[in-house]
Design a protein around this ligand. Structure first.
Ligand SMILES: [Zn+2]
Length: 201
């Protein structure tokens, strides 16, 4: 924490050292995309997308979850999506899961926390359990939980489609961030259904 506080104190100097990169900090935001992704600290959208301030509107939670639409429900996901589309005019929504996701690991019963986490359980309980690959990753060489996360992302895309604002000209994209190789895959329905349709970006 100490190092992070030091960096925060130095932030004004960071900004003044590269004014061009940070110019959009104080301008009205005009983000190009809503990125729905996991809270995992290893997922750093600004780095993956090489995007500075103002370009990516983010919705993050445990597991990159999009609950199905319920009219009038007070929920961060629903409100953020509506704001992104109607107020900011965003027309591209990306759901990006990542390899080794703890939430998905818990969903498929492979990464169950050793302590009591009833709130996490309640958050994950309504979600469809994604298909999993029972071949150990150390044998297949695949990134951890790749199949389960990719299937999970497609479930969230399906849930997104229940939100009325998505019918307002929004394109939805399913991505998978492989943290072990630092690469991003996208789902191409023409390449295959489910996880088999994930191809290089
Ligand atoms: Zn995660």
């Amino acid at each position: 924490m100490h190092d992070l506080m030091t960096a925060a104190r130095r932030f004004p100097e960071t900004v003044s050292a590269d004014p061009q990169r940070w110019a959009r900090l104080s301008a009205p935001q005009e983000p190009e995309v809503l990125l729905v992704t996991c809270s995992d600290s290893r997922v750093v959208p600004a780095a993956v997308l090489d995007a500075g301030p103002g370009r990516v509107f983010e919705l993050r939670n445990a597991g990159a979850v999009v609950p199905p639409h319920v009219p009038g429900r007070a929920g961060a996901e629903q409100a953020t999506l509506e704001y992104a589309v109607r107020v900011l005019g965003i027309r591209d929504v990306v759901v990006m899961g990542h390899s080794g996701c703890g939430a998905v690991g818990a969903l498929v019963g492979r990464d169950v926390p050793a302590v009591e986490v009833p709130e996490v359980g309640a958050w994950l309980a309504p979600l469809p359990v994604p298909r999993d690959d029972d071949t150990p990753e150390r044998e297949s060489g695949a990134p951890p939980l790749a199949v389960a996360v990719q299937e999970h992302v497609l479930h969230q895309v399906a849930a997104l489609a229940t939100h009325p604002v998505v019918d307002e000209g929004v394109r939805v994209h399913a991505w998978f961030l492989d943290l072990t190789r630092g690469r991003v895959l996208r789902h191409d329905p023409a390449a295959g259904a489910g996880h088999e349709g994930f191809v290089a970006l």
